[in-house]
Ligand binder design. Structure first.
Ligand code: ATP
Length: 295
């Protein structure tokens, strides 16, 4: 599978006293259409890495080494470090979009959902006609399970879950190749979380964007990720296929992290284990198919 993003030797410091080395020499590639989970305990550097990739860090943060290179479908490469302010602004919603934990609170309360949504198109697709813009906004809302009639609403009239769905729809508006999601559902209750995650998985299958999904909820990552990177103290200590990471973790810290979730080891693990069993069964089926094909 071809890569959509290459992150190479990426390091970020916070220039405070004493200096915090938040991200240390991180390298990984993201394949087209894959969900890469980024796991690790609070403070290990997940958000700093995510904000760093899209150059949204503010002082005292400083990228001290490395590159994040976006690979366009036409074969062109875009080194995020070499973009100017305006190019970065353009590229952000267009090529890589982001949904952060508090994203739903970044909607302007006194501007209708429609106006905020359409603003993305007027800014980034100035040639698009009004009718087309309206149609797309409605379609996108419906994609995330929100009635298009809600376009007329103001953010305060929507529940938290709905506002977060609106943000996800907005992040998809320009059909980016990559969505970075940093704890996108943490503020929501578990049922709404699951619904939204299912929706994201379905949309990924439909539209083919890649996702970097950040959370310290490892059981959840195991359910939704193709591969998982485990971070500790600013470094990726293990990166591998989600199933393998669950069934045969290599690094001591990954084992500790897995063990720290009773839902993965105790009786309450049936939900995750059920999902993982389904995956194992699917993998078995593929294996059997391969064996049948080669015999
Ligand atoms: N503005 C700042 N100034 C100084 N240090 C910071 C700043 N922001 C973050 N850090 C430090 O950088 C390190 C990485 O933080 P970061 O928020 O990236 O971790 P995280 O894994 O995303 O944590 P969480 O899961 O809690 O969001 C931590 O040690 C944190 O204390």
């Amino acid at each position: 599978m071809s890569s959509v993003l290459t992150v190479q030797n990426f390091s970020v410091d916070y220039l405070v006293e004493p200096v915090v080395h938040a991200v240390k020499d991180v390298s990984f590639t993201l394949s087209r259409g894959e969900v890469l989970g980024l796991a690790g305990e609070s403070g290990c550097g997940k958000s700093t890495l995510a904000y760093g990739i899209v150059r949204l860090l503010k002082p005292p943060a400083m990228i001290t080494s490395g590159h994040a290179v976006f690979h366009a479908p036409d074969g062109g490469d875009l080194d995020w470090n070499e973009l100017g302010t305006e190019e970065l602004r353009q590229a952000r919603w267009d090529k890589i979009s982001m949904v952060f934990q508090g994203a739903m609170n970044s909607l302007n309360p006194v501007v209708s959902v429609r106006d905020q949504f359409e603003d993305i198109f007027t800014t980034h697709r100035p040639r698009m006609g009004r009718r087309e813009r309206r149609r797309r906004c409605g379609d996108l809302l419906e994609r995330v399970g929100v009635d298009r009639g809600r376009l007329n609403a103001y953010p305060h009239e929507l529940s938290g879950g709905m506002r977060q769905r609106v943000m996800i729809a907005m992040a998809m508006a320009l059909e980016p190749q990559i969505m970075i999601m940093d704890e996108p559902t943490t503020a929501l209750d578990v049922v709404v979380q699951r619904e939204i995650l299912r929706e994201i998985a379905r949309l990924r299958d439909e539209l083919g964007f890649a996702v970097i999904f950040i959370t310290h909820d490892l059981p959840l990552l195991l359910e939704i990720s193709d591969r998982i990177a485990v971070m500790r103290s600013g470094e990726i200590v293990e990166l591998g296929n989600a199933l393998q990471l669950y069934t045969a973790p290599q690094h001591e810290y990954t084992k500790q992290l897995l063990a720290s979730f009773p839902s993965l080891t105790g009786d309450r693990g049936s939900f995750v284990r059920g999902a993982m069993d389904d995956r194992l069964l699917a993998l078995d089926a593929v294996q059997v198919g391969k064996e049948a094909a080669s015999s």
